[in-house]
Design a protein around this ligand. Structure first.
Ligand code: FUL
Length: 477
């Protein structure tokens, strides 16, 4: 009896494992997978700069100037939810060193501002509003501090770590923590008014900083420093390159090389997916002069296709104004943008199609798996194959201009080229687009001139590992 069970168990394990494709490393952790699924979330830049028409305060702007007249964190949260944001990251402290929570580490905080007579806590208020309305919460804490007298010396590093400890112990769970890399050198520094230089990868002890974050928020994604879990895209214009690998390396020079950050490294040994950070206005902080320069719905659409559509998350910044609110024009444009996206992606035209593949690994990896929404289902080919195709047959000629493809990235990112063509009047024609069709990764969106198709064909080329596609959908935008 015992032997029989053993035999059946071995047979079962043999068939299930033999058919399951091997991972090709690097692969995402579960935390990274969940983070990539967020796709869009918001930044809020708010602080002394807001009240002094500045982007980079020098560190000596009086705390008394911080005085929002109608601050309402719920207004921020409800606005952000209405434009499809899954979370929000607040500048708890920007380069000027002014803290938006009542910290024990410095007097340069809202404790010494007129806001609520020094009794306010904006980090806490936003944290509560997020909990109340179901938005994820994250924090930005600038390592560069132009106010602190000991900046550049060991004393400041322990203050910085203590600030992280205060934040994570009070406001967790955080979904992301930002160690901003900017450092212009000069600052007030307790009245010294001088230039101070540091070797960032050694000075801040980012490994310890990360461990403090994770001691209270173990799921937080980490931006910046020496041990991030995601990578900056290398520009602040809102543009990921079409070729977009999630793989990278932990080498500090490479982590700061904007050319490599833009595309990722196909042979990198660490999974480090990209985040595109960009502001809805030219500046990160609010400036009245930019009220006429808020990005339009069309511009926001382009940002979306050049970030989420190119295998990267979009972190869209909303500058809060002197009243303490997201201005009406910014929220109107962002909400209209979200509605446009919802309209475009409402009706998947591939549902109801017959789908076939040039090769299938086993019935449980059938081509039809790309049509369902179960993120654990995928179409996969046999080992060793470098090319394969999928064909979708429409019940009737169908107009479309957008295709969305997702790789099953739990096995790694393997596609290095693909093409889209369609059959009309018995002929196969390529779709017309300027968009290069190289990598896919978590998600790739291709827009093309509207076609009327009887059939749609996707051809894939893999560089390593096994071809595994989780989802394909098509839309008429
Ligand atoms: C940069 C900063 O210098 C900007 O002020 C802004 O916070 C942006 C998100 O990151 O490095």
């Amino acid at each position: 009896m015992g032997k029989k069970w053993y035999y059946f168990l071995s047979l079962f394990l043999f068939f299930s494992c033999a058919h399951r494709p091997q991972r090709s490393y690097p692969v995402p952790t579960m935390k990274q997978l969940e983070w990539q699924q967020l796709e869009t979330y918001a930044f809020i830049h708010f602080g002394l700069n807001t009240f002094n028409d500045m982007e980079w305060g020098y560190g000596d702007t009086p705390a008394s100037t911080f005085n929002p007249s109608h601050l309402d964190c719920e207004q921020w949260v409800l606005t952000l939810k209405a434009c499809g944001m899954k979370g929000v990251i607040l500048t708890a402290k920007h380069h000027d060193g002014f803290c938006l929570w009542p910290t024990e580490t410095t007097d340069y905080s809202i404790k010494n501002s007129p806001y609520k007579n020094g009794q306010g806590d904006i980090v806490g208020e936003l944290c509560e509003a997020c909990k109340k309305h179901g938005l994820k919460f994250g924090l930005y804490l600038s390592p560069w501090d132009r106010h602190h007298a000991e900046y550049g010396y060991p004393g400041y590093v322990s203050t910085y770590h203590q600030q992280i400890e205060e934040l994570v112990s009070r406001y967790s769970p955080l979904f992301e923590f930002w160690f901003d890399g900017a450092n212009g050198g000069d600052g007030w520094y307790g009245g010294a008014n001088e230039r101070r230089s540091i070797v960032a990868e050694k000075y801040y002890d980012y490994e310890k900083a990360r461990d403090i974050v994770w001691s209270h928020s173990p799921d937080a994604a980490i931006f910046g420093g020496t041990v991030p879990t995601l990578r900056w895209i290398g520009n602040e214009e809102g543009r990921a390159e079409a070729t977009q690998w999630c793989s990278y390396t932990y080498d500090y020079n490479t982590l700061n090389d904007t050319r490599l950050l833009a595309t990722g490294l196909p042979d990198g040994d660490v999974w480090l997916p990209a985040e595109v950070d960009v502001s809805i206005r030219p500046g990160w902080f609010y400036h009245r002069a930019e009220d006429t320069k808020v990005k339009t719905v069309d511009e926001l659409m382009e940002l979306y296709y050049h970030s989420v559509g190119r295998n990267a998350n979009l972190l869209l910044n909303f500058p809060v104004n002197q009243e303490g609110r997201i201005p009406a024009i910014d929220s109107a444009n962002a909400v209209a943008w979200h509605q446009r996206l919802q309209e475009i992606f409402a009706n998947d035209l591939l549902q109801g199609c017959k789908v076939s593949a040039s090769n299938t690994r086993a019935p449980r990896f059938a081509a039809s798996k790309v049509l369902d929404d179960d993120a654990t289902h995928y179409w996969a080919t046999e080992d060793g194959l470098t090319r394969a195709e999928l064909i979708f047959e429409f019940p009737e000629p169908t107009e479309l201009n957008t295709v969305v493809i997702q790789e099953f990235i739990r096995l790694g990112q393997n596609v290095k080229g693909f093409s889209i063509s369609y059959k009309t009047n018995g002929m196969w024609l390529p779709v017309r687009t300027e968009e290069p069709m190289t990598t896919i990764g978590y998600k790739r969106i291709i827009n093309f001139q509207t076609i009327k198709a009887n059939q749609l064909r996707l051809r894939f080329k893999v560089g390593k590992g096994v071809l595994a596609i989780q989802k394909v959908s098509a839309f008429r935008g």
